[in-house]
Design a binder for this molecule. Sequence first.
Ligand SMILES: Cc1cc2nc3c(=O)[nH]c(=O)nc-3n(C[C@H](O)[C@H](O)[C@H](O)COP(=O)(O)OP(=O)(O)OC[C@H]3O[C@@H](n4cnc5c(N)ncnc54)[C@H](O)[C@@H]3O)c2cc1C
Ligand code: FES
Length: 312
Amino acid sequence: MFEIIEKKVLVPSIVFMKVKAPEIAAAAHPGQFVMLRVDEIGERFPMSLAGWDKDEGTVDIIFYVLGTSTVKLATLKEGESILNMAGPLGKPTEVDSFGRVICACGCFGIGPTLPLVKALKEKGCEVITVVEARSREAVFWEDRLREASDEVHFVLGDGSGGGKCWTDDYIGHLLSRGVHIDRIFVHGCPFMMMKCAESSREFGVKTIVSLLPMMVDGTGMCGACRVEVGGETRFACVDGPDFDGHEVNWDGHVLRLRHLTTEESRSYSLWERENWHKLMDISPKADLLQEREERQVASKKRKVPCKIQLVF
Ligand SMILES: Cc1cc2nc3c(=O)[nH]c(=O)nc-3n(C[C@H](O)[C@H](O)[C@H](O)COP(=O)(O)OP(=O)(O)OC[C@H]3O[C@@H](n4cnc5c(N)ncnc54)[C@H](O)[C@@H]3O)c2cc1C
Ligand code: FES
């Protein structure tokens, strides 16, 4: 059992947890993740490490409250425990004296970006952190990012940052002005990572993305997390989750992510029918439910980008 030492709703629908896990904390590196199971009937699902403290024996996770497993996790309180937490898993991010780097992040991706920025700074890199969010209200850890990075820039979808653009526009703009960048790291939703990789491709700047495929065991045995990179099949849990964004088959990746949407929705509805009262503890509940509804509508409208047959 892994005790929750601290829990905080950082911004609507994004929750921070500090969990007692001394063995994981002792071995953790930037870019790695843990596999969680909230209770005996729960599924195993991955969460990136957003921080760790070897002395106090704790690890931090930050998650977006999305469906059954993350809602169940969000309803746990300080002092309660997560049933299973296995890790650290995955290959650590390659951290070296690269020179000037961009660390781009959005949503819960701000979490794993912070330890990466710190590690890159320790290696002497100049770190430009770019945070993408739909508005200022969705940004958290601004102070921590500013303290760790050389520069922090915000690209806000509602234009409140001055100028309406996204991270890929920012990267493209910087590179086309001739600003020298040695490496780019991106933690965010698959669409953001794909767009960032597209924007840096013509300039040949290596762009490392942290992929988020469906994972079941997290140890290379089930094949659920397979992705096509450089024309080869790779397992994100053991070969990644970091990959060269210019080599990822994004259409295949996105398609695989979506193929259980109906079951996920049904699973959440069933859980909610029995446990709606627990949602009262996740503040603010109205935001959570409204966002979920909007996401479902948007997901139905979205077009699948290519016609690939899914073979499981
Ligand atoms: C290496 C890795 C690190 C991750 N780190 C974080 C993190 O730090 N914070 C965070 O909020 N999320 C993270 N995720 C995504 C997170 O695992 C999913 O959001 C979560 O499993 C959703 O489960 P659910 O039951 O709440 O939602 P569901 O409604 O069941 O699923 C919603 C969507 O989440 C994704 N998903 C569902 N189950 C899994 C699974 N077993 N494995 C991977 N993706 C799944 C799918 O895209 C699915 O369409 C990470 C994923 C990976 C692969
Ligand atoms: S999650 Fe099973 S092989 Fe990667």
